[in-house]
Design a protein around this ligand. Structure first.
Ligand SMILES: [Fe+2]
Length: 167
């Protein structure tokens, strides 16, 4: 898929996620992977990001992953975008900028100031923000590390990174 076709695909996927919801019958699965403090973090994400994280977690499981820490990290990997730090409508904007104007995106994301740069900065830093939140919530060190490194295609969370863009 070309860069532009991929951008169009990601935008339509992002808008689809805006209407997707985690279903009540999926809650027991979440409860087996996250302690109460982790569940409290999970629900700080937008409904679309919750759906995305759950889909990434399912994808890892379908690949045969049984690493409870990696599955927990999948559920929380975008928690740094939660709490309104990165609004969900930002996702297609980010996808388009990354594909069509990466230099502009990099410039926008360099600083949290002035205020209109903050969502771009938060999106850029979301792995570190999320890892710090997970650490503060008392999640296992390994889960914190996997959240922090999930943007790295060659890091310890490489399997998570590999499916992140697909869901
Ligand atoms: Fe993600």
């Amino acid at each position: 898929m070309g860069m532009r076709a991929r951008a169009v695909y990601r935008v339509s996927q992002a808008w689809h996620l805006l209407t997707a919801r985690v279903q009540p019958e999926e809650q027991p699965f979440i409860d087996t992977l996250l302690p109460p403090a982790g569940r409290a973090l999970f629900v700080t994400m937008s409904a679309g990001d919750q759906r995305h994280c759950l889909n990434v977690c399912y994808a890892l499981k379908e690949q045969g992953c049984s690493d409870a820490n990696l599955l927990a990290a999948a559920l929380l990997h975008d928690v740094g975008k939660g709490g309104g730090r990165v609004r969900f409508w930002m996702r297609p904007v980010l996808v388009l900028l990354r594909a069509l104007a990466p230099g502009l995106l990099h410039w926008l994301a360099e600083s949290p100031d002035p205020f209109w740069r903050r969502p771009f900065y938060a999106a850029w830093q979301h792995a570190n923000v999320g890892a710090d939140l997970a650490a503060a919530a008392g999640l296992p060190t390994r889960v914190v590390l996997l959240i922090r490194t999930h943007p790295d295609p060659h890091g310890p969370a490489a399997p998570l990174h590999a499916v992140d863009d697909q869901y």
